[in-house]
Design a protein around this ligand. Structure first.
Ligand code: 13P
Length: 265
């Protein structure tokens, strides 16, 4: 049974005061929605400066805190960077790696993502690895090749156990922040392709275990349908996660779907 993971990605948003009130509000709203955190994992991935406050608010409440990036080195002369050891020291549970905005604006490569994946696992931080094609790649029918190339590059040198513990988020670039969600069929088709690539790389057991999220204009109105698909085990939510009430409703997507049967293609 794959336990769903619904994660918020705030991106570069919110000031300290907003972050604190969001944290308290989210706990209240999850309670009001009767969300059973034994059945669904929830994480909020925030700018570094908000992590300490949220760790305190979420303490013993079952909501994880995640970073949106990190360096792969343990420590050293990397001005402006945050290391995996620092995140682990703070009790951070998740880290987003290879988000398309980091690939696009900061030139992050698959090779760097592989180093970050390895470092995250070495520090017991669960990575959420983002993959996905651009609009022109989809139009040129290169989306499967693109995603396969990203996965092969990012998993280079990663062992089977670490692969199984890596969350993969399929985020088609054309659906991010555009209001244009991939159809649930398109999203599931790619999620199932991703599972087949993991199977090629690591075997069936690993493919069955790996959590695959969809991300790109996820909101409360489309989450239930996305989550009903065979290979979609969660969501990485940008804009709609900025409101604690809407995010709690997304987390509470459909209790009947939680714990759905494993299906490998
Ligand atoms: P939106 O939900 O705002 O489209 O962002 C998706 C995303 O990039 C999550 O990482």
């Amino acid at each position: 049974m794959r336990k769903p993971l619904i994660a918020a990605n705030w991106k570069m948003n919110k000031l300290v005061e907003d972050a604190t009130s969001y944290g308290e509000d989210l706990i209240e709203k999850l309670k009001a929605e009767n969300v059973d955190l034994k059945k669904v994992d929830v994480a909020v991935c925030v700018p570094f400066i908000h992590m300490a406050a949220l760790k305190v608010i979420f303490l013993l409440r079952g909501v994880g805190v995640g970073a949106q990036n990190m360096h792969f080195a343990e420590s050293g002369a990397y001005t402006g960077e945050i290391s995996p050891a620092m995140l682990q020291d703070m009790g951070i549970e998740y880290v987003i790696i290879g988000h398309s905005e980091r690939r696009m604006y900061f030139g992050e490569t698959d090779e760097e993502c592989a180093k970050k994946l390895k470092a995250a696992h070495a520090h017991k931080i669960r990575p959420i690895l983002c993959v996905g094609e651009s609009l022109s790649q989809r139009e040129a029918k290169e989306h499967f090749d693109t995603v396969r190339r990203q996965l092969t590059g990012c998993f280079e040198g990663i062992g089977r156990e670490d692969a199984a513990g890596t969350v993969i988020a399929y985020e088609p670039v054309w659906a991010i922040g555009t209001g244009k969600t991939a159809t649930s069929q398109q999203a599931n088709e790619m999620a199932s392709f991703i599972r087949s690539v993991v199977e090629d790389l690591y075997g069936t057991d690993t493919a069955e275990q790996v959590i695959i999220q969809y991300g790109g204009s996820v909101k409360k109105s489309n989450i239930a349908e996305l989550m009903s698909m065979s290979d979609i085990d969660g969501a990485l939510v940008g804009g709609a996660s900025l409101d604690a009430g809407e995010f709690a409703q997304i987390v509470n997507f459909d209790p009947d779907v939680v714990g759905k049967e494993q299906k490998v293609r």
